[in-house]
Design a protein around this ligand. Structure first.
Ligand SMILES: Cc1cc2nc3c(=O)[nH]c(=O)nc-3n(C[C@H](O)[C@H](O)[C@H](O)COP(=O)(O)OP(=O)(O)OC[C@H]3O[C@@H](n4cnc5c(N)ncnc54)[C@H](O)[C@@H]3O)c2cc1C
Length: 384
């Protein structure tokens, strides 16, 4: 049974109709360019516009600001179907836009912030980034050093952000800054327009995978923004960053399950045609058993992820379940990708073969948005 078939137990007809719309878009507009955009190290800005026009960037956001106000299962459908683009970099950039940089504004932004930043981001007119990580603070978010000093009606921002997705061309950043004491109690969030004087993209980073998404080091030198760009209350930002991580980690788990399904399906197809020693390689028992194991484990990952989605959609506390889903799916996907690539033999090491790119792209899942070790810390702290 494919992931699609399993999904039917959780999805309504409307979800499935939405799935078809997303699938058509992804297969027509994204998938044919997968290799080209990886080689270019970027993809056209118009993709944000197209996704905005089709409502893919504001699926679960407030309709007053261009969102569709739909439930989280629609986000799950969007995340699953995106994987068909065969370009994890594009998927990451689009998910940052709709599900990582904008949910906080949707939730706690002022009317003015929503009009100025959220609405154009949901329409795909402004590109959004999420700026939390720093050269010295990735896992240890509470230790971030970028300061926002209040001077009259303005914040003066100094510091640096690291590994920021959409960073080279973001029009604004949902930015975590230090406004108070050391530690988590001194962190605030602001909306930061990148046309402010003193802001600089220091470097576009060359990555191992997810090549079509731009990832940057950002530099802030005496950048002045109005105090009205503060998101929520001063020094309460850490809580919102942690809450926001839940959506990010959940989409990571969802896309990882869909990516595993894709890798396994492609491998089984390939192995039915490729012959060695007079038989299709999928007929070798060692591989049949390997894929049987992976199908069983993937099903478990998917069930765990859907359980987390159901809790998250019901607005229940899902931190432990989301951390488990990201940990389990992320670690499993490393084994699945390795075996699928191995199964492709020499073709698995060739850039044009999707599995080669999928293998290196999936490596990010146990690192980005909270490492597997951090997931284990969360699970253990919540369990004993
Ligand atoms: C391609 C890419 C895109 C990204 N996009 C964004 C983005 O858009 N916005 C953003 O803000 N960030 C982004 N990140 C940053 C990402 O979230 C961090 O890299 C990640 O959280 C890990 O932080 P770190 O790199 O500082 O690793 P570190 O915190 O230095 O960790 C190094 C190692 O130490 C381990 N470790 C750390 N703490 C513990 C502990 N308590 N117990 C056990 N082991 C521990 C880690 O698990 C890891 O193995 C991106 C990263 C990448 C690679």
């Amino acid at each position: 049974m494919s992931l699609d078939q399993i999904s039917r137990t959780a999805y309504s007809e409307d979800h499935e109709a939405f799935r078809q719309t997303v699938r058509q878009f992804v297969e027509k507009e994204l998938a044919p360019h997968a290799l080209e955009w990886d080689r270019a190290g970027i993809f056209p800005r118009e993709i944000f516009n197209k996704c905005g026009e089709l409502g893919f960037l504001g699926i679960n956001h407030d309709p007053k600001y261009g969102g569709s106000g739909l439930d989280y299962w629609y986000v799950t459908v969007w995340s699953e179907e995106l994987v068909r683009s065969r370009n994890a970099g594009v998927n990451m950039a689009l998910l940052v836009q709709g599900q990582m940089a904008t949910p906080i504004i949707n939730e706690i932004g002022t009317e003015e912030q929503k009009r100025e930043f959220l609405q154009p981001a949901l329409m795909g007119e402004k590109i959004a980034a999420l700026g939390v990580s720093e050269p010295g603070a990735g896992s240890d978010v509470a230790n971030l050093k970028t300061t926002a000093r209040r001077v009259g009606d303005e914040y003066v921002i100094n510091g640096s952000k690291m590994w920021i997705t959409n960073g080279t061309r973001a029009d604004f950043i949902t930015l975590a800054v230090r406004t108070g004491e050391p530690g988590y109690g001194g962190v605030s969030l602001v909306t930061f327009p990148t046309d402010v004087k003193g802001f600089q993209v220091s470097k576009k980073l060359d990555k191992v995978g997810n090549l079509a998404s731009d990832t940057a080091i950002l530099y802030f030198e005496d950048c002045r923004i109005p105090v009205r760009y503060l998101l929520g209350e001063e020094n309460q930002g850490f809580y919102h960053v942690m809450t926001n991580f839940q959506g990010e980690r959940l989409t990571a788990a969802i896309t990882t399950c869909a990516a595993m399904d894709q890798m396994i399906s492609e491998s089984i197809r390939y192995g039915s045609e490729r012959e060695a020693f007079g038989r299709p390689i999928i007929k070798f028992q060692v591989w049949r058993h390997k894929f049987a194991e992976h199908l069983a484990a993937m099903e478990a990952a998917k069930r765990l992820t859907y359980h987390a989605v159901a809790l998250f959609d019901a607005k229940e506390n899902a931190v432990k379940e989301i951390s488990m889903a990201k940990l389990f799916a992320g670690d499993l996907a490393q084994e699945v990708a390795y075996d699928c690539q191995q199964f492709f033999g020499g073709m698995g090491y060739i850039e044009e073969t999707h599995i080669a790119r999928a293998w290196r792209d999936i490596r990010l899942i146990t690192i980005g948005g909270g490492t597997s070790e951090v997931m284990k810390e969360i699970i253990s702290k919540m369990s004993f």
